[in-house]
Design a protein around this ligand. Structure first.
Ligand code: DAH
Length: 359
């Protein structure tokens, strides 16, 4: 009687458990194994039996309890993994989705200009060199043939730091760093590979108005080797300027000037129309940088024999050429982080500067 009851209990319980959902599974557990559950009550009834009956009944009930417990946990495992599957499916993120257009960022026009310089000069065999914002007085001035009493120091409103350190007023000190390094290794060889670098980077002067910012950017250029002439300088600058502005006929003029670190020195001008602002047209000239043949004293200061090696250098303002190319009127807007301005003048980060189809 007792064992029939137990058998019936197990026979109904097992299929019910196997078909249960999460809620009814818990109900089944309580009704079978809970404090007043059917199996629990049967176990309690063992107390009223004589020893012999208790032995057989106890074994049967415990066996039934085990079958039910196993079935419950098997079903729970199935339900848990189904729930996980559903959750994963529901919360799946498609990482291949294209970005929404209104969330696309833009490259700052100065970053774009630096990428363009890198692309153009890389095609001419130049590498990129860098130096620190904080420079020694010697790298920034003395080694560049600007001794401390020299009036050229007054031309630059220098931020002086403690000791003999300054915020670099131009990218020219990276010429010194590069030549010193080269003189120690490559420059000692029989047929050394030439220096060909550009140095885009931050520069600082105590100056602030619509066309000057205390922090601005320059790009330096330096070529040192054997048999380097002013003709190389001229060809290099003309090719660069025409490629950068996208004007194959852009007039370029080298105008005699003075810089302590070059001899001879030349200002670099491009042709434009002052009235319309149009580049390449008209009869006016616009200065965009300085250049010259590296002064023998500068070579000697870096341990390079000026009778064996010579070269040229140039430097230009990056804000200047960027403003000209994109028709940007006010320099200060470069640093205001106005996202509307950035959207208008910024470049797509997904189309990198390359010379394949022009810049
Ligand atoms: N360093 C100069 C300046 O900031 C620019 C310059 C002129 C750089 C002539 C050069 C150069 O390399 O040859 O005003």
């Amino acid at each position: 009687m007792q064992s029939n009851h137990l058998k019936g209990l197990v026979e109904t319980a097992l299929p019910a458990i196997a078909a249960a959902d999460a809620a009814s599974l818990e109900e089944l557990r309580v009704s079978l194994l809970g404090k007043n559950g059917n199996v629990t009550l049967l176990l309690k009834s063992l107390g009223g039996m004589d020893a012999e009956a208790r032995k057989t009944a106890g074994a049967e009930i415990n066996h039934a309890k085990m079958q039910i417990t196993d079935a419950l946990s098997a079903r729970r495992a199935v339900l848990d993994s189904q729930a996980l599957e559903q959750k994963l499916a529901a919360e799946r993120i498609d990482v291949t989705q294209p970005p929404r257009p209104d969330s696309a960022g833009a490259l700052h026009p100065l970053s774009r200009t630096q990428e363009e310089l890198a692309a153009i000069f890389a095609a001419m065999g130049f590498a990129i060199a860098e130096g620190p914002d904080i420079e020694s007085d010697w790298n920034n001035f003395s080694a560049l043939n600007i001794p401390s009493h020299h009036p050229a120091r007054a031309m630059m409103d220098t931020f002086y730091l403690t000791g003999d350190q300054v915020l670099r007023t131009h990218t020219s000190p990276v010429q010194i760093r590069t030549m010193l390094e080269w003189a120690k290794t490559e420059g000692l060889g029989e047929s050394p590979a030439p220096i060909r670098i550009i140095v885009p980077g931050r520069t600082f002067r105590a100056d602030h108005d619509a066309t000057h910012s205390p922090m601005f950017h320059q790009c330096e250029g330096l070529v040192i080797g054997q048999g380097i002439t002013l003709g190389h300088l001229k060809g290099c600058l003309i090719d660069f300027l025409r490629a950068y502005f996208g004007l194959p006929e852009l007039p370029v003029r080298l105008r005699s000037s003075y810089f302590p670190f070059t001899e001879p020195s030349m200002e670099v001008d491009i042709g434009w129309n002052r009235k319309t602002g149009e580049l390449g047209g008209g009869t006016d000239w616009l200065e965009i940088g300085g250049s010259g043949m590296v002064h023998p004293n500068v070579l000697a200061n870096c341990g390079i024999d000026p009778r064996r090696f010579q070269g040229f250098a140039f430097g230009m303002g990056l804000e200047r050429i960027t403003m000209l190319k994109h028709g940007i009127a006010d320099l200060r807007l470069f640093y205001e982080s106005d996202v509307r301005w950035l959207r208008h003048y910024g470049a797509s980060p997904l189309t990198p500067a390359s010379l394949h189809e022009g810049l």
